[in-house]
Design a binder for this molecule. Structure first.
Ligand code: PAF
Length: 302
C-alpha cells in the first residue's frame, strides 16, 4: 500500500499518509536516523477540538508528529456503537494536514489484527480496568490497552498524548507503559469543552437537538459536586447521590457518579486532597463521560 503525499497549498507542510505497519516504521525510522524527536497521538478519528489540542501540543514538544486513526473493534462491547462509529477519514485528513501534522497512520483491521480479533493476544491492566467505566464495559480497557501497545511498539514515539476526558483510559495506559517498560513519556492534556461546558466528544453527534441542550448538565453536576468538596464536605456518598439525582432529573441514565483519588481512582479517605469526580451517563443513545479534578488544601494538622 505504501504512502500517499496529500496535495497541499504552497507554504504548508506535506503530510504523508501511510496505511500499513512497514510504511509507519519506515517513515519513523528515517526521522530517528536524523535524530528527530517524535510525538504520537492515537485516535479513532472523527476529530474535534479535543484531538486538535493534542496535535497542537505534540507539535510544540517534538520535531515530528504522528496521528493514528483506527476504530478499534475490540474495545467495543456487544451491542455498542462499533458499527455506527462515525468514520470521516477524508475530513480528518484535511484537518490534520491543515494543522501541520507530519504523518497520518490509517491502518485497516488486518494490519493491526493479523490473526483476527477473536483469539488474539490481549494486554490487560489489572484492577484499574474493572472499576468505573470498566465495570459497565467489560473488556473495554483490555481492548484499549492491546491496541495502544501495538501502536507504541510500532511507532516507538518519544511522547504519546491522550485527552483527560478519558481519564481512566489515561491511567490505564500510564500503568501499562510502566509495567511493560515501554520507553515513552505519557502526557495527559486538559479536556476541551464547548462554550456551554459540554466536553467535546465524537459521541456528542448522537444527541438530538433537545438532548444537546440538556447535555451540559453533566458538567454542571460535576461542578456542583466539586463545589461541595471545596467547601469542606467529605461525605462522598452524599455528594455522589446528589450527582446521580441531578442527572436523572435532567433525563440522563447515569451509570456512575463517583468521587475518587486522582492518582489511582481508589476510594478516597477524608484526608485525601487530590480528588477526581468522574461520571458516565446515557442521554438517549449517547453514552457521555466527563470528569473534573479537585485539588484541595491539606487539612490542618491536629
Ligand atoms: O481514546 C481513543 O480514541 C481510543 O480509546 C484510543 C486510545 C485511540 C485507542 O483505540
Amino acid at each position: 500500500m505504501g504512502s500517499l503525499p496529500i496535495q497541499q497549498p504552497a507554504g504548508m507542510n506535506r503530510m504523508r499518509t501511510v496505511y500499513d505497519l512497514p510504511g509507519l516504521r519506515e517513515s519513523i525510522g528515517a526521522w530517528r536516523r536524523e535524530g528527530r524527536s517524535i510525538a504520537f497521538v492515537p485516535t479513532m478519528g472523527n476529530l474535534h477540538g479535543g484531538h486538535l489540542s493534542l496535535l497542537d501540543r505534540a507539535r510544540q514538544i517534538a520535531d515530528r508528529t504522528v496521528v493514528s486513526i483506527f476504530v478499534n473493534p475490540i474495545q467495543f462491547g456487544l451491542g455498542e456503537d462499533y458499527a455506527r462509529y462515525p468514520s470521516t477519514l477524508k475530513e480528518d485528513s484535511r484537518l490534520l494536514s491543515g494543522r501541520g501534522l507530519d504523518l497520518l497512520f490509517a491502518p485497516d483491521l488486518a494490519q493491526l489484527y493479523p490473526g483476527g480479533v477473536d483469539t488474539d493476544t490481549r494486554v490487560t491492566v489489572p484492577d484499574l480496568s474493572s472499576i468505573l467505566c470498566g465495570k459497565f464495559r467489560p473488556g473495554h480497557f483490555s481492548g484499549v490497552a492491546t491496541v495502544v501497545t501495538k501502536l507504541l511498539i510500532n511507532a516507538q514515539p518519544d511522547v504519546v498524548l491522550f485527552g483527560e476526558k478519558d481519564y481512566q483510559q489515561y491511567l490505564v495506559i500510564r500503568r501499562l507503559v510502566a509495567d511493560l517498560c515501554i520507553p515513552v513519556e505519557v502526557i495527559a492534556m486538559p479536556i476541551v469543552r464547548e462554550p456551554d461546558g459540554l466536553a467535546m466528544s465524537s459521541r456528542n453527534a448522537y444527541l438530538s437537538a433537545a438532548e444537546r441542550q440538556r447535555a451540559p448538565m453533566i458538567y454542571q453536576a460535576l461542578q456542583n459536586a466539586a463545589d461541595r468538596l471545596r467547601h469542606g464536605e467529605r461525605d462522598y456518598a452524599s455528594i455522589e447521590r446528589a450527582g446521580v439525582a441531578a442527572l436523572e432529573k435532567t433525563g440522563f441514565r447515569p451509570e456512575y457518579f463517583s468521587v475518587r483519588r486522582s492518582e489511582d481512582l481508589g476510594e478516597p479517605r477524608p484526608a485525601d486532597t487530590k480528588l477526581s469526580i468522574l461520571t458516565a451517563a446515557w442521554l438517549g443513545v449517547a453514552r457521555l463521560i466527563d470528569n473534573v479534578k479537585v485539588y484541595l488544601d491539606p487539612l490542618p494538622k491536629g
